[in-house]
Design a protein around this ligand. Structure first.
Ligand SMILES: NC(=O)C1=CN([C@@H]2O[C@H](COP(=O)(O)OP(=O)(O)OC[C@H]3O[C@@H](n4cnc5c(N)ncnc54)[C@H](OP(=O)(O)O)[C@@H]3O)[C@@H](O)[C@H]2O)C=CC1
Ligand SMILES: C/C=C/C(C)=O
Length: 333
């Protein structure tokens, strides 16, 4: 009999999640039926969407999330023993699944493609959902042209760090905005962003004006709130804004306030569009393949912030929400 550990969503989050909002429990897994397989988590992802989607989750269920897992027993020929998979199984160590797609049509599990020797954790980051968010969300919505100026907030995180590099690949000038000078040093020195702005600086407004003397053509928005209104007010005529996320407000216990964006939208004739990455499910492996190719060519770099231990899932989650990560935040079991 296999015992699994899992985190159950006990209490709805109010403000920053508390350890007591989730409960770590053990359960015995049943023997496999035909069509099922058993997998063991190797890496688990902690992502901002877990906080953003929480109000829609049912209390008492396993908390949501993706993992890279190894198939250890199988009665399903599509998921043979020894293969690595990405599973949408939630925060749990062992899982019995039949591999059937979720109600949304999203596969509950897919085999990790050939990584050409790259780390097995990357399907949770640059070669998975965050990588595709950067690839499709930026290129399809911002439609950047060489020579244009691109601003990206959340710039040192899993998605933002890739968006800025893809913008550089496309010949753009890139302004990255994040919350620490150490992150800024990584963006400029290693990822070759043109400029870095720390949104916590008291003279941020002055520095923004100096960093974008000719205005901003594309903005990839990971954070929302007042910071994003400030960027919108610096946009050029017919600028494009890809709205990816709004993490600056995810932990607000009361409704966040930001100055109106409509004047900038009207007078600069801006195009602002939100998206969910699953819009490009039919092109999922195109994004992964392209990002892998760019890594191999040395054009796309990635970083991971790895926390060790399944019992540290909550700590890793809250640390990421508060900016403790550079690049993709993951947990190694
Ligand atoms: N639309 C979609 O399909 C998807 C949307 N997303 C969204 O993209 C965004 C980035 O996700 P991801 O790259 O995975 O996460 P990150 O790796 O960027 O981690 C979150 C980061 O958010 C920053 N942050 C936290 N609080 C604030 C704040 N008040 N103001 C500004 N920045 C803050 C922190 O960096 P710092 O030190 O800079 O503050 C932190 O490191 C999120 O908003 C997420 O919801 C992600 C995937 C898919
Ligand atoms: C799929 C992820 C969505 C957000 C908002 O993070």
């Amino acid at each position: 009999m296999v015992k699994a550990k899992k985190y159950v969503f006990e209490k709805q989050f109010v403000g920053l999640p508390k350890a007591t909002d989730l409960k770590l429990v053990e359960e015995e897994l049943p023997p496999l039926k035909d069509g099922e397989f058993l997998s063991e988590a190797v890496y688990l992802s902690v992502d901002p969407y877990m906080r953003a989607y929480a109000p829609r989750l049912t209390l008492g269920t396993t908390f949501i999330g993706s993992q890279v897992a190894k198939v250890t027993e199988s009665k399903n020929p599509k998921f043979p023993v020894g293969k690595y998979i990405v599973g949408e199984f939630g925060w749990r160590t062992h899982t019995v699944s039949n591999g059937q797609p979720l109600l949304s049509g999203f596969p509950v599990a897919w085999l990790v493609p050939d990584l050409d020797g790259l780390p097995q954790s990357l399907p949770l980051g640059v070669l998975g959902m965050p990588g595709n968010t950067a690839y499709f969300g930026f290129l399809e919505l911002c439609k950047p042209k060489a020579g244009e100026t691109v601003a990206v907030s959340g710039a040192a995180g899993a998605v933002g760090s890739l968006v800025g590099q893809i913008a550089k690949i496309k010949g753009c000038k890139v302004i990255g905005i994040a919350g620490s000078d150490e992150k800024g040093k990584w963006l400029v020195d290693e990822l070759k962003f043109d400029k870095f702005l720390n949104y916590k600086d008291t003279d941020f407004d002055k520095k923004l004006a100096a960093a974008a003397p000719n205005g901003i053509d594309c903005y990839f928005d990971n954070v929302g709130g007042e910071l994003s209104t400030k960027i919108l007010n610096k946009m050029n005529l017919f600028g494009r804004i890809s709205v990816c996320g709004a993490i600056s407000g995810y932990n607000d216990a009361t409704a966040a306030r930001a100055s109106p964006v409509q004047p900038a939208l009207v007078f600069k004739q801006l195009k602002m569009e939100g998206f969910i990455v699953h819009r490009w499910l039919d092109r999922w492996f195109e994004g992964i393949q392209q990002n892998k190719q760019w890594i191999k060519e040395g054009k796309l770099k990635y970083r991971e912030t790895v926390t060790e231990g399944f019992d540290k899932m909550f700590d890793a989650f809250v640390d990421m929400l508060q900016g403790g990560n550079t690049g993709k935040a993951i947990v190694k079991v």
